[in-house]
Design a protein around this ligand. Structure first.
Ligand code: EPU
Length: 421
């Protein structure tokens, strides 16, 4: 298993390009299942989760052709095997995103029920309940969700769905199912995440009739079929935020291109509170950090509030800031696994249920630490860049799921980072 060796203590400086968003690319790849005509995508990040999703839809009968460095052409004409097997779903929970599109286009789907995960239980009953409201018959057998159209039915039917909580992939799954349904669907309490809007924009360019994406009420008028389209995946706001945090924590000065501050207000506000200077350009962001940051408290909530996917990185930032801060996680029940690893580097963190009290220390010291999930790994990278001496991060396959070319990008910013195979 690959490891990452970081020699810390240098401020990050320079310019890098941000990749396409993992959490927009994954549902958009699934959107290709909705049409027999091709879907041409650009700005698709080269990540392990993206190749897992491509393999998953390929074994369903989708033809996948790579075009250039970030393009993919998907042809679902021959879709004939509506199955997401356990082996794939267990490595990537986002596989659940095939459920709505398969049911809508193929009339049937068998998708392994995702198990628990490192950050929480993460059930999917909102996905299945919404599909049932649209007329699907759903059974869970032998660990698989088996979804079918009701007897005599050719299409799902439009419905009013109010989800019990804000769920990102739940909203995406139901929106994709509804675009081919007979009649109108509304999804209330919908997730407002920018990735939901990017998916909606892709579906609209395929011929779907959707309004309200980006608000908590999405309206979908079902159509008989979708057509060929092209779409450029939005920039990854979490990758952007992660590099901003890395620059902030190391006292750096960086410019990120191919991205924008537009979807990062909550994160940018916290970095400004910490004492950073930030210049938002049209398609770039520049951050200059002060010699020492001030600690800032954060509370995670659905968009547009502070994202849970940036919580671990902010914990690392606070570890070396001046003063104390409280990090409150409200989305996932077990998303503090990085704290114990950060403590191994010398951080002062006390966990009390969903609150972490972080008191900044003058310095961290390199050690061997273990990555437990994607964003936890990112926080260990940030801490390793700050720490004196060498930090060895084990199990970095988590990082490869969501950060394209992380050691090359950090290298371009002057960091000393080496992958050990
Ligand atoms: N939930 C339920 N029942 C459901 C669905 C969700 O109880 O049927 C709960 C979850 O357990 C959680 C909360 O609702 O407590 C919100 O979960 P959500 O469904 O929004 O999460 P997700 O859709 O599974 C996506 C991202 C995550 C990100 C979360 C929250 C993708 C592929 N994944 O997950 O990204 O943390 O939204 O913003 O979009 C990551 O990239 O590292 C990552 C984990």
């Amino acid at each position: 298993m690959d490891k990452l060796l970081i020699r810390g203590g240098r401020p990050l400086a320079g310019e890098i390009a941000i990749s396409g968003a993992k959490n927009a690319a994954l549902p958009i790849l699934c959107a290709s299942l909705l049409s027999a005509d091709p879907l041409q995508l650009t700005n698709v990040p080269r990540l392990r989760d993206v190749s897992t999703m491509l393999r998953l839809i390929e074994q369903m009968g989708v033809k996948v052709a790579h075009e250039g460095s970030d393009g993919v052409l998907l042809d679902s004409h021959g879709l004939d095997n509506p199955l997401a097997p356990y082996d794939m779903v267990k490595t990537m929970r986002a596989s659940i995103l095939v459920l709505g599109p398969l049911l809508a286009r193929h009339g049937e789907a068998r998708v392994s029920l995702p198990g628990g995960c490192a950050i929480g239980a993460r059930p999917v009953e909102q996905h299945t309940r919404g599909l049932q409201a649209m007329g699907a018959e759903i059974q869970v057998e032998h660990g698989y969700i088996h979804a079918r159209l009701g007897a005599g039915r050719r299409r799902l039917k439009g419905a009013r769905i109010v989800t019990d909580m804000v769920t990102v992939t739940g909203t995406e799954n139901l929106m994709m199912a509804a675009v081919l349904a007979d009649g109108d669907t509304t999804i209330e309490n919908a997730a407002r995440e920018p990735e939901v809007v990017d998916l909606a924009n892709c579906l609209i360019s395929m011929g779907a009739r959707i309004s309200g994406a980006g608000s908590d009420k999405i309206r979908i008028r079902g159509v008989e079929r979708l057509h060929a389209a092209t779409h450029a995946v939005m920039a990854d706001r979490i990758e952007t935020g992660t590099y901003l945090c890395a620059a902030a924590a190391t006292g750096g000065d960086i410019r990120l291109t191919g991205t924008s501050a537009a979807y990062l207000d909550a994160v940018v506000d916290k970095l400004l509170d910490a004492g950073c200077e930030i210049v938002a350009e049209r398609e770039a962001i520049r951050l200059k950090a002060p010699p020492r940051l001030k600690a800032v408290s954060v509370r995670t909530s659905p968009y547009p509030a502070f994202p849970t996917d940036m919580q671990a990185q902010f914990m690392a930032v606070n570890c070396v800031a001046e003063g104390s801060a409280v990090i409150r996680e409200t989305i996932f029940e077990n998303r503090f696994m990085h704290a114990v690893e950060l403590i191994r580097l010398g951080a002062d963190i006390k966990i009390d249920a969903s609150n972490a009290m972080v008191t900044g220390v003058e310095r961290l010291d390199g050690a061997t630490v273990m990555a437990t999930d994607l964003r936890a790994s990112a926080s260990l990278v940030i801490a390793g860049l700050v720490a004196q001496g060498e930090t060895l991060i084990e199990r970095i396959y988590h990082l490869d799921r969501g950060y394209e070319g992380i050691e090359q990008k950090l290298g371009r910013l002057g960091a000393q980072v080496r992958r050990i195979r």
